[in-house]
Ligand binder design. Structure first.
Ligand code: NAD
Length: 349
């Protein structure tokens, strides 16, 4: 295994690991460790080149600094990427080599699932390092996706209460873009509450499942942004709110699981200008990493998970209220909140 530390301004540590025998080419990035060791998932993706992977791991690890801060877990921002196609290139040797890379950082970074990494991969990593989390044992912890979905659901309820004065989501129309691990569980929770669903995905079997089990209406990924709904929920890839889509958006609430839903930061103000309430992505989708964090700390209990999941709704309500009072967009308020928490952590250190 070879490792080379890159010097990148604004990031605490970025290390490039390669192991030709194991087919590993990976980057581990720690953006800010003020609140604790870096914590965030590993993404396996066939990036077109090194720069694309580097940009992604920088952006994702910075996002984790903010997400972990507002999630009130004692972890800093960390993330990793492996340059590979998870469907074609992933091997046990590659996963174990990645675990050795994580281990070599001596606890400065904890890894977990992200796109392309499964619970089985984490289990394999755990045979090599104690710094991998996100699989359940004895009913404790486990795959973050269902926890993320519950947090998004609670956050959506808070947004509907705030914007529409709705006591519940019953009867509201919700469009979900991406019914994968999180989106499908969210669809189930919304269906049980009596919401009307419209879904879009590129994977036909998921659409069929949502239609059959939850009576969801199906739309194309291109058109769902313009669906006549109360809530738009991006749960696929980032960037769905952008200069080309924003004027087609009908919903007055954007609340979903995807990371980096706004392609550019100014979309935050643009949504506010159109009277759309935006639930900042890293606040509403934080429950998965909160569960992983509690698992690492040995503090994971059912009661704590319920308390934290409900807390996402409470925190969003505070953000919505502060945004209105100070006439600033909600994303900017979330950033302020995260920076305040990090600053308090810095002073306490
Ligand atoms: P996933 O891969 O299980 O699901 C994504 C779904 O989106 C899939 O069904 C896929 O077919 C669909 N999709 C992909 N490209 C699409 C496109 N162009 N148009 C329409 N549909 C498309 O991923 P997931 O774990 O459900 O995560 C969804 C989003 O939430 C991601 O942005 C992820 O980063 C974010 N997120 C996930 C978690 C978690 O706990 N899993 C936590 C925080 C944030």
């Amino acid at each position: 295994m070879q490792s080379r530390e890159l010097s990148v301004e604004g990031w605490e540590k970025i290390v490039h690991f390669t192991d030709d025998d194991a087919g590993l080419n990976a980057l581990i990035s720690i953006h800010d460790g003020t609140l604790g060791p870096g914590c965030g998932g590993c993404r396996i993706f066939p990036y077109p080149d090194f720069e694309a992977g580097l940009e992604d791991v920088k952006r994702l690890s910075r996002g984790m600094t903010f997400k972990n801060a507002v999630g009130n877990i004692p972890f800093g921002g960390g993330k990793s990427v492996i340059f590979a196609d998870p469907k074609k290139d992933k091997t046990p040797e590659m996963i174990k080599a990645f675990a050795r890379a994580v281990d070599s950082l001596d606890g400065a970074y904890y890894t977990a699932e992200d796109s392309g990494v499964t619970e089985d991969d984490i289990a394999l990593m755990q045979t090599v390092t104690k710094y991998a989390a996100g699989i359940g044992k004895d009913g404790i912890g486990g795959n973050p996706s269902p926890f993320t979905a519950r947090g998004v659901w609670r956050g959506m309820q808070a947004a509907a209460r705030h914007h529409y004065g709705a006591a519940s989501l019953e009867g509201l129309r919700v469009a979900i873009l991406g019914v994968g691990a999180v989106g499908m569980e969210l669809a189930r929770l919304l269906h049980e509450e009596g919401a009307k669903l419209i879904v879009a995905d590129v994977f036909q079997p998921s659409l069929e499942k949502a239609e059959k089990e939850f009576g969801a209406e199906i739309m194309s990924p291109e058109d769902i942004i313009a669906a006549d709904v109360d809530i738009f929920s991006p749960c696929a890839l980032g960037g769905s709110i952008n200069e080309n889509t924003i004027d087609r958006l009908q919903a007055k609430i954007v609340a979903g699981a995807a990371n980096n839903q706004l392609r550019t930061p100014n979309m935050d103000q643009a949504l506010a200008d159109r009277g759309v309430l935006y639930a900042p992505d890293y606040v509403i989708n934080g429950m998965g990493v909160i569960s992983v964090g509690l698992e690492i700390l040995g503090q994971w209990t059912e009661d704590e998970i319920i308390r934290r999941t409900d807390g996402i709704g409470t925190q969003l309500t505070e953000i919505f209220t502060r945004a209105e009072k100070n006439n600033v967009p909600t994303g900017a308020v979330a950033d302020e909140l995260a920076l305040e928490i990090i600053e308090r952590g810095r002073k306490a250190a």
